[in-house]
Design a protein around this ligand. Sequence first.
Ligand SMILES: Cc1cc2nc3c(=O)[nH]c(=O)nc-3n(C[C@H](O)[C@H](O)[C@H](O)COP(=O)(O)OP(=O)(O)OC[C@H]3O[C@@H](n4cnc5c(N)ncnc54)[C@H](O)[C@@H]3O)c2cc1C
Ligand code: FES
Ligand code: FES
Length: 1493
Amino acid sequence: MKEMELPTPPKPLADPPKALTAAESLTPLIESTYTSPDLFFYLNGKKVILSNPNPHWTLLDYIRAQKSLKGTKLGCGEGGCGACTVVLQVKDSQDQRKIVHLAVNACLFPLVGIDGKHVITVEGLGSVASPHPLQERIAKMHGSQCGFCTPGIVMSLYALVRNSYNVETRKFHLSARDIELEGHLDGNLCRCTGYKPILQAAKTFITEDLKGQLVEDSTAHGDSVEAVDITGLVSNGSGRPSKGSCGRPGGCCRDTPSDGSSGESKSECSSPSTEPSSLSDEEFIPAHIAVTKEPMQDAEVSGTTYALPLKSRENDVQDTSKSHPEGIKTESSLQAPTSGSKNGVPQIEFAEYIPGTELIFPPALWRYDPKPLCYGNGRKVWFRPVTLDQLAELKGVYPSAKLVGGASEVQVEVRFKNSDYAVAVYVSDIEELKQTKLPSFGALETAEELLLSANTPLTEVERMCKDIYAKLGKRAMVLEALRKQLRYFAGRQIRNVASLAGNIATASPISDANPVLLAAGASVVVRSQSIGLSEVPLNKFFIAYRTTSLPPDGIITHVKIPLHKAGAREVLKAYKQAKRKDDDIAIVTAGFKVRLNEEGEVEDIVLAYGGMAPKTVESVNAQSALLGKKWFSSETLELGLDNLTRDFDLSFSVPGGMAHYRKTLALSLFFRFWHESVSELTLGSVDNDIIEEIHRDISTGIRDDYNPNEQRIVGKQIPHLSALKQCTGEAEYIDDMPPQDQELFGGLVMSSKAHAKLLDVDWEPALKMPGVAGYIDKDSIPKEKNVFGAMIKDEPYFADGEVRHHGQVIGMVYAETALQAQAAARAVQVTYEELPPILTIDEAIEAKSFFKHNRALKKGVAVDGSMDEAFAKCDRIFEGKTRIGGQEHFYLETNAALVIPGSEDGFMEVWSSTQNTMETQEFVSQVLGVPSSRINCRVKRMGGAFGGKESRSVPFAALLAIAAKKERRPMRIMLNRDEDMLLSGQRHPCQARWKIGVSNEGKLLALEADIFDNAGFSQDMSGAVMDRCITHFDNCYEIPDVYLKGNVCKTNTHSNTAFRGFGAPQGMYFTESIMYAVSEGLGIDIDELRQRNLYKPGNWTPFFQKIDEDWHVPLLLKQLGDSSNYETRKAEVAKFNATNKWKKRGICLVPTKFGLSFATALHLNQAGAYIKIYADGSILLHHGGTEMGQGLYTKMCQVAAQELGVTVDAIFTQDTQTYQSANASPTAASSGSDLNGMAVKNACDILNERLQPFREKYGPNAPMSTIAHAAYIDRVNLAANGFWKMPTIGYQWGDTNHETVKPMYYYFTQGAGVTEVELDVLTGDHTVLRTDLMMDVGNSINPAIDYGQIEGAFVQGQGMFTIEESLWLKSGEFATRGPGTYKIPGFSDIPQVFNASMLRYDNEGKPLSWKHLRSIQSSKGIGEPPLFLGSTVFFALREAVKAAREMNGAKEPLALDSPATAEKMRLAVADDLAKRAQVVQKEGERNFFVAVA
Ligand SMILES: Cc1cc2nc3c(=O)[nH]c(=O)nc-3n(C[C@H](O)[C@H](O)[C@H](O)COP(=O)(O)OP(=O)(O)OC[C@H]3O[C@@H](n4cnc5c(N)ncnc54)[C@H](O)[C@@H]3O)c2cc1C
Ligand code: FES
Ligand code: FES
């Protein structure tokens, strides 16, 4: 360590007066105590000693730097998505004889923390060749689409499965409750699947193998666990423990053979349960599922036969198959996840779960003896003391040293707030701090307080709270309140490492633990060299915003929590309201305590709040007003509410926004507490409805898993071809590609202003940073080339003179590593002169800030006359303004690219995470000044895209290309999540100003609307989005006279872009909102109104497309209505609402139609495919479609296999590239399968024709190897290029001639959804009780993939219409730019009952046929259409809010804009609490946040 350089950070004021430098202070300690710079740990079973690693690295940085460990992903870097989840196998701090498995976020976890631990990554579980049952089941049950989230989810489940074995009781117990309700998956997000298949795969562990509970036979395992002597284990020196358990479900290394193939544990795992599993554990999985000892194959689907290499058989074609009847199997990813089917019902077979094959706890780690550590470089140093004395000494000599516990605050500060703590001290391995020793039960019974070690991980605190509450009951009510807060505190991965000390020391105003602790009268025990030991009550600890009274050298050693006195009349409760229930920071969080005297008067009361002030506060006036008052009295309740409104007199523009909602919540939570306490203290009877919070049950759901139209290959539920690779971490994304020789990484310099003149950009400081190789900006390319755009070139790659949105790219630094490049980019100094930004649609309208677009649809009198005529004929006219916010794509893989310059002719290979290879190729060729033919743009797969990588991915490849050309070196970039959210744009926020005329009977007669989308600072595809918006404004309804005008607003936000649905969901949302307004205005039931206005075959849409006989919406409404029991449930909802005041339910049945084709860009409706059959019979397929998780490659392989008469794994698709598919349209508009499928078929037709003579010669059953080889020998061209262009379409805007007009859409995918919800009127919280979806997808090519699209799109739509809300600050700064502030649905947001089905029959039960459908295999595009059905959640919630408003006597029509956030719904309820919490907007005051719709 002598050579180690120590940093010299700026001296904080708090340092000792002698003001020694860090080096002076710490060197003696390093020399005496911290002599080791080595981390010793195990990684996937292998020992690692890492000497003096990079001190800036997190565990994720280290893992991803390993060549073979790319499965652990970076999705956000802030602990909010779970993509980086790994498992730490460690000794249980409560019982050192046990092993526990902790899922942690590697992106936050400090590398220093792995010393002495066993790190397990997804690669440690299994591989494609030998997958872990979890990996296999998730793959086979379609739980992985794009796969970027999958390794993280596998790891969270792995921890759960492994922790389900209890060494003491020898039982393995894993229930559906564990999987769904205990928060083990709350730190993982998936944007593709809708979670349902993942949950179902996880549940196979409770229903199939392990029968809910496995009890070990003690005779089979020798010594009882209680007899284990760990001391002996540690010192026996045998290299592995002789006793004790490694915690492996079903057994451990001491009782199974070391090769792990124990038949013993295998048979035990499948032994019947001794305890019946609870009903809830028995999830209904419709497909037939069997557990087999060996993975099985369906011969029809996989297991193709290939011949030997050509040389060995060139003389004897026929003998090939004879001499090798089995053929040669390929190493196909399909080997494991193959599923077959019987009579259209999928048969899924799993390999048995054999616990004996699990990774054991490395014996060397039993003997591990922690030592003080120190490593670092000139910029940063890590210390890892192992005793509290060592820590106190270190803090004493150098108080500025930053303590790091779980790092869930610290690492976020390092990564996003640019706080680089030069001296960091990892405290979570200090036994005295991390290990809480609980008193024995006897001592607990009389204990007055609980002393928690300050850095005890929150999961353990949660567990202790639960255990102690179970033992002590009400005396431990504070612990029950704390447990409740912790259950909804961050995600499991964070709770596994984060601490109370970290939460308390941070003093965040929205801390969840602090209000409870404050209410309980808790204190912290502080040790400091200067002051000694002290105890500080929490009400003296929080001083100001994120400021505490902790002395600079102070260490929180314990948290002291008083327990409730036996017999005292006391109640303590905690509450939290956030945007999303799981893993979200609070809007308001509270801890309340009241103690009454014998007379029922208030003797003591604490009302502690988070989210109401810059720090956790008590409601001082309310408390003193309530003291001495009789608690059970409505006057007391009133008094409390009254004083709360005074204590929290928030201003309209309060930081954090939501003043009215926060204030309403402050009252509502108190209101709930008062009722709950009255009930608990049995003071009187209260409405239970007020007390109950929204309750979620274990989810269930079915797919109508049956396909009557299944063919040999097409129509079968084949798992995504990459699913298993994705589950094992072997699937490669751009950032996983091996390092290129000499490669550099780009770091973007981005504008911190929304609108400003660029006065100066000084990049010199960046060039001085370590590893930096150069910088490029607008001056690096000719001015005329500094421009791109999907439809109109109006967007500069690099800002030139002015920035027009927050985050706009000004320049790019490139350096040896990504971290260096990002740090250097932050060092570039930019001077701005700020200009006023335009953010909202209203502001744009006022400023007349539009892009030229101006497309309109006219129908009926609007074509030649005036809409006034149409309105004059109407009985009633309704008008309104309706808004819908945008939506962030939140694909799990952010934008990434890698460019590799060739050495000759200007060639460049461009790997990009893009949906659009052609556009990437074109723009790269433009900036390089070479023809497109010199650029090969390639993409293997994307970790999700959803439209966000159709055009917005292009500039990143172009920027890299400019730098790569300059430096002649490969360049790579992967955006951080916040960068991606700042740059990639979103779904368009939209607004409609509408007027509708109707007859008294409810016939829609005339519609006029001005529709606006917020395009942002450049056009991108905003015009086309508006076109689709207005051509879906009709949804499913016939209106004779229509005039729709589309306007595209120019603002200073990022440039909005394509997103699944492309304007259609917004258009249909407007229509359905109008339908509700009409229904309520006329008093006609909404379902009746819909029926009266549904299209019929022969009707014309506003874009003059005739509704044909394939119009199935009426069928869908009828069949879904019946199967979901809609009418009965609707009546039950009405009954429920009549009898419940504080919970309201809503239900709705909404139809949808979605037009297929690139509507307004005719030329994009074409595709090419290239198929090569090799002489050994193997087949290579290329087409222009890209794989983003939607299963396109799988479907295309199915089409090719079906057409060529081979098995699926005979077809290989490696990637999409412009050198194979020229001029490929973007994979978008749900047309990937339609266009490419037909092109593939065309290529197959060509090849089949050429192969026909050989098929005739060798017979129909001859394998492809025989036929291909014979054709080759006969000099037949076995490569074919297929092509297809969509016929019939070709709408010309303005063409209103019924005779000549061409259709805009090739066909309509149709569907319907029923959703029922429950709303907590007091908070605005909700849950989706049940959703039923039915889609007309034609003849599905692969129903499993299509169900996945239906469920995934629905949940994405659900998020869009409810919890997903993008917000800006008044200055134009984009505020919601990470998972911490922008919430997409998580595992526990999906409908509790979630059913999906496909339309297959007419109402008489006859198989359906599609008369006009001329698509590939008569299938329909499905990617986008179901998304709009997410609006059923919105409209059901609207019904619930309406019911609450009716109860509260609200008179005005309900105007609820999307998204229906908890805030909007709570305030719309319009009850007394919301009214008395009203916050008046004073002159000049603006909301802290701005929504831009
Ligand atoms: C994705 C995400 C979600 C989150 N969700 C929530 C949430 O729902 N509710 C909530 O309240 N918080 C939440 N947080 C914040 C954070 O997780 C908590 O504050 C957590 O308790 C911090 O603990 P830690 O051990 O990780 O602290 P660290 O990050 O290690 O440290 C935080 C601060 O505490 C100091 N510190 C740590 N230990 C000691 C000690 N023994 N003595 C003195 N100072 C010490 C550190 O120096 C640092 O200043 C979230 C954070 C993330 C990243
Ligand atoms: S990358 Fe770690 S949680 Fe998202
Ligand atoms: S499969 Fe989960 S994010 Fe794509």
